[in-house]
Ligand binder design. Sequence first.
Ligand SMILES: Cc1cc2nc3c(=O)[nH]c(=O)nc-3n(C[C@H](O)[C@H](O)[C@H](O)COP(=O)(O)O)c2cc1C
Ligand code: SF4
Length: 546
Amino acid sequence: MSRNISLLSGKKHHKKSLFEKIALSPSQESDNKIAHEYNMGVSTIHSTKSFYDFLDKDFKTKKAFACIGSACLCRGTQDTVLNTLNDKFGSENVGEMVCLGRCYENSAFHYDGKNYSGQDINNLDQIIDGNHISSEYTMESYADTSFLVEEEVFSTYENFKELLKDCLSSDKSDLISTLKESGLRGRGGAGFPTGMKWEFCQAQKETTKYVVCNADEGDPGAFSDRYLLEQQALKVLFGMIACGYVIGSKQGFLYIRGEYPDSIETINNALVKLRELDLLGDNILGTGFDFDMSVVAGQGAYICGEETALIASIEGRRAEVDVRPPFPTVEGLYKKPTVVNNVESLAAVAVIFKLGEMPFKSIGNGKSTGTKLISLDGYFNNSGLYEVNMATPLDYIIDEIGGGFNDDIKAIQVGGPLGGIVPVEILRTLTLDFETFDGAGFLLGHASFVCIPRSFSAVEYAKHLFAFTAHESCGKCFPCRLGSTRGKEMLQSSLDNNQKFSEELMNDLLETMESGSLCALGGGLPLPIKNLLEHCSEEFEPFMEK
Ligand SMILES: Cc1cc2nc3c(=O)[nH]c(=O)nc-3n(C[C@H](O)[C@H](O)[C@H](O)COP(=O)(O)O)c2cc1C
Ligand code: SF4
């Protein structure tokens, strides 16, 4: 059934996503029209609509939204934000969003298509009058060679044009070799070698292929992709065009989360400019290569970051995870070979093609090469966005780059809601790379750092993670769908009534989720929960029956 929807969706308008039409459809009448146009039942359109937070009728009536992401939660800023928004707009007009990517100063909220944070909440009247611009964050490179933060390369369309000319006259096999030699591993979480992914897709015999940029950065605590989309858009777009050229694709999509309105606007503006300059579209720079791309705005579903759910979403399906294999490189968007790459991976590709593989390869530990963006939350004295060498010692990151903490921090969750929760003293012994994190049983993910202060209850944090997964679960498999809800309930009732939960039952639940979930949302949640149970056991004792 879902296969038919993919095929119908791609057959009609493979350049414009059905999802965008569904998201913009204002009425039952227009739902019927879309269904007719795509030869689908109207129930398919309704089923999609009902999946996404932003498409919910209730959500659309809200005027402002408070961020309920992990970093803002731990910082304890959101009661004030919520109260201020409620006072101004009325509580029935205030909703919630996760996460707005402003973890460096917290107090994050969304109003009228823009995000705000820090002291902005004290300027609500000026914001409403259109007289207030939110401040930006610190960004700096500590890397030996900067690939991601550096301004010179790709800073102008003129630069872009020259580099694109070079790229489009290069031998495709050479470009793949450069990428493989550089050692670049995907920055979206799994760390799959990017050169190999492109090679697999290039080898497919199909004539229609797609490039998809995964810009659904949903991990609370992470704002590195947001930075690249808004400040280094040309690097990301160059990476996509280069991918299209290498694998033989004419069409790309950037799936950008709806919580990042500025990212969507920046990228859309850049695409218009690239088309004007003949750097996108038919016969780019007279090379005979056709490639165009468009933005698909997410509608508030964390699971759309998972690549098969993301593909389902572009196709206008519910964003349910698909079983792999087949992997997207063989059967992806509209069932055609597709490269799905993270924003940071694509930006890195662009600079690797400019500088060659050596500068990238020479940084790191040999297996995790190049540089990595890290997002430091508001508990660091120097919160912000930094580029570091792979394999940088964590104590250097904490003390020298982050400037230490401005509170007593007991643990840090690195790499999003599925990442390990590492006591600070253990974290200080690690280096920032895939191998060290894997070896210690943690996850590098997007390398976002969410600090948990001593004063924040570990049981509350565990409940927050269960609740997050329960809300974001795509519902396809029961260990995740039911397990996350049961876990949340167990912790909630122990917190509410001081009623102890069974340790045995909790362990069973975690094991079932870990071994029985189809994807890393349900399968990954047990890691941080187990970390909390182990490292903060004394906090769980009053709530847990042995
Ligand atoms: C629950 C879940 C959420 C994910 N979220 C993201 C995301 O926000 N951004 C991303 O690039 N990859 C995310 N991924 C990983 C993607 O499925 C995929 O591996 C990645 O986009 C591939 O790009 P890369 O090879 O450049 O890393 C997520 C995976 C899972 C299981
Ligand atoms: S683990 Fe959760 S998110 Fe992943 S497929 Fe199963 S229900 Fe969906």
